[in-house]
Design a protein around this ligand. Sequence first.
Ligand code: SF4
Length: 467
Amino acid sequence: MNQIESEGAAEVFSEAGFRIDMSPIAAKDDARQDVCVCILNTCAVTTKAEQKARRTVRLLLKKFPNAILIVTGCYAQLSAKEISEMDKRICVLPGLAKSALGGVPQKIKSALGLRHGALEASDILEGGFDFESSQKSHVAIAPFELLPKTFFSHSRASLKIQDGCDNNCSYCAIHLARGKSVSLDAALALERILDLEREGHNEVVLTGVNVAQYLGKFGEKTLDISGLLELILSRTKKIALRFSSIYPETASARFCDLIKDERVMPHFHLSVQSGSDAILKRMNRRYARQDVIEACRRLGDAKKNPFLACDIIAGFPGETEKDFSDTMDMLESCGFTDVHAFAFSPRRGTDAFSFAPKIPERIKDERVKILNEFSSARKIKYIESFVGNVRPAIAESVHRSQASGGAIPAGKKIMRALTDNFIHAEILLDEKYVTPKEGERVRVKILCAQKEKIIAGQEWEAFGELQ
Ligand code: SF4
C-alpha cells in the first residue's frame, strides 16, 4: 500500500515538472545540494519499522542538506510530535491527510518563486490543510486521490481499492493509523483497470489494508470483494489480476468460484497471525484456526497447487509452547509455501500493549527462526515441484550477474521474472536475442530452486530459462 501511494506522490511531482529519484539512499552516498524536497512514507507496523523510519529521517537530513523533508504515512499519523521535534526542516503530514501531497508541488513552486534559497517546512504547511476533520472523523481525506497511472519502480501495475479497517485486532496499530474502512467505487476501479488494459499492462495487483471489508458503489448497488472481482472479470478481456493480501474470510465459496478464472493469479497471501484458537481470540481476530484451514482448502481446490503465503506473529503475550505448536500444525495442514514471521511488537495505543505474560525476546526469536526455517523448506519443496514446468510470467529487471556461485556465473546477462504462482525466477539471457521489456509477458521453464538464496532470505529464489 505504501509503495503504491509513494508511486502516486511521485507521479504528481513528475507531472508538475519535478525530477524524481526513487532509488534507495545509502549511508556511503555523497551529500547532494541540488535536492529541494524529500518525501518519506513511513510504516508503523512494528517498533522496528518506526526505528527504521527515524534512521532514514536522520540519513535524509544529512544527505540532502538543502531539502525539506516531508514525513507522512502511518508513523507520521501516530507520532507526529516526536517526528517534527527531530529537526526544523521536517514537515509532518499525518497519514490520514497524505492526499494533501497532491497540492505540495504548487506550494513549492510558489515558495521558490517568491524567494530564492532553500525551502522551509512552513512553506508546505502554510495555506491550511484541513487535518483536523480527518483526525476527528478518523477517516482518511480523499484516500484514492494518489492513484498512480504510471509506475516508476514497479513492473506490474497496482490499484488501491480499499484503505483503513473497521476491526480492532488487539495488536494492530494500522487501523489506528489508517482510520475507518473506505473503498474505491467499483465503477472507478473498473475504469482504472480498463485504462491499464488499454495501455498494455498485463497484470494489476489489487491492494488494500483489508480487502475483506471492500464495499464499493456500482450505480445503485454496493459490491463486496467478490462482486468487484466478478465485475472486473466480466468487463475486461486480457489483464491478469492478483491480490496483494486477503483475509481468511475473503476466501468465501463465491470468491473461490470466481478465482477459477485463469486470469486470477494462483497466489494468495493470507493474514493469519496464529494457529491457536486461544491466541486468535486474544488477538481479537474474527476467525478460528479451522476457518483458516477451510479457506486454504477452498483456495487449493479452486487453483491447482497455488502459492499460499501468510503472516504469523510469534510470541504474542501468553503464547505457550502448545499454542505455538498448534500454529506449526496449522501451517503444515494448510500447505503454506511461504511464511512471513514477525516477532510480536507491542504497539502503544493498542490493547495488547499491556497484555501479560510477555514472552521473552529469546523465545520470540527462537519461534521466528523455526517459522523461517519452515518457510524456506516449504518454498524449496514448492519450487522443486515445478521443475520442468513452463509458467507464464511477467518480465522484471535485467542486470549483469555480480559474482559467480549458485546457478549463474559472473558477468552474464540476467533477467528477473515473476511467474503467475509467485516464483521469482532468474534467467540467463542469450546475448544474441532481444531482451524482453519490463512488464512484458514471457514463458519461463523452472529449472531449479536456488536453495542458498532461499535460506538466506533473498527474493530471487529459482533459476529458469525462457521458452
Ligand atoms: S484486520 Fe486487524 S490486523 Fe488487519 S488492519 Fe484491521 S485491525 Fe489491523
